[in-house]
Design a binder for this molecule. Structure first.
Ligand code: DGI
Ligand code: FE
Ligand code: FE
Length: 189
């Protein structure tokens, strides 16, 4: 698969790597990221590649995600070890580079930061983070209608709203909050 990051090949690869529902989500993120890239003068193909690959490690087992990170000396926090689903972002960035032949660091960063965000995100990183949340297949997030409109009006405001709603949801459900999610929210608020 190396060096073969044409969109068609990547779509085929994701169809194989993911279950049907996740693959639908992947396609939704691909074209939503493309639309946001058009709106915000970002490279459209990069947005498509990042959208297609952002969840490439989502359908692996937790053991596999942990072993990818361990073997390749990717630093993990205690919280990530306790919630290895969070590692699908870091492991995904690794696979995007080594297995799917992506070398553009902005695309790799967008995959790596797509769940918690981070300080100083690029426009592409914000686009993928937001597209992940608003793509048409998402149905249950609060304020979805408002956030979808906001995404095409003000990228940073949309980012803050999504992070705020996610933190609120995690507090309500008692989910372990990654300090990175709070840090990103604080940074952009
Ligand atoms: O992989 P997806 O489901 O498409 O989307 P995602 O990678 O953004 O993951 C979404 C989930 O991640 C959602 O249920 C909220 C959760 N999440 C985001 N930040 C944190 C978090 N979960 C925990 N436990 N802690 C966080 O800080
Ligand atoms: Fe994800
Ligand atoms: Fe996703």
């Amino acid at each position: 698969m190396k060096k073969s990051n044409s969109l068609k090949k990547l779509r085929k690869a994701m169809e194989k790597a993911q279950n049907a529902r996740r693959f639908e989500h992947t396609l939704g993120v691909e074209y939503t990221a493309a639309a946001l890239a058009m709106r915000y003068d970002c490279d459209v193909k990069s947005a498509q590649i990042a959208g297609l690959l952002h969840d490439c490690a989502k359908c692996l087992s937790d053991e596999k995600r942990l072993s990818i990170c361990e073997k390749n000396h990717i630093p993990m926090t205690e919280l990530e070890r306790r919630n290895p689903f969070l590692l699908h972002a870091k492991a995904g960035a690794y696979l995007a580079e080594k297995k799917y032949g992506v070398s553009n660091p902005d695309i790799l960063n967008a995959i790596r930061s797509h769940t918690t965000g981070r300080q100083g995100m690029s426009t592409l990183e914000k686009i993928v983070f937001i597209a992940d949340y608003i793509e048409p297949g998402r149905k249950h997030a609060p304020n979805l209608k408002q956030v979808r409109k906001l995404a095409f009006t003000d990228l940073d405001e949309a980012l803050v709203k999504i992070l705020g709603d996610t933190l609120h949801y995690l507090k309500e459900t008692g989910g372990d909050i990654d300090p990175m999610t709070e840090e990103t929210w604080r940074y952009y608020s």
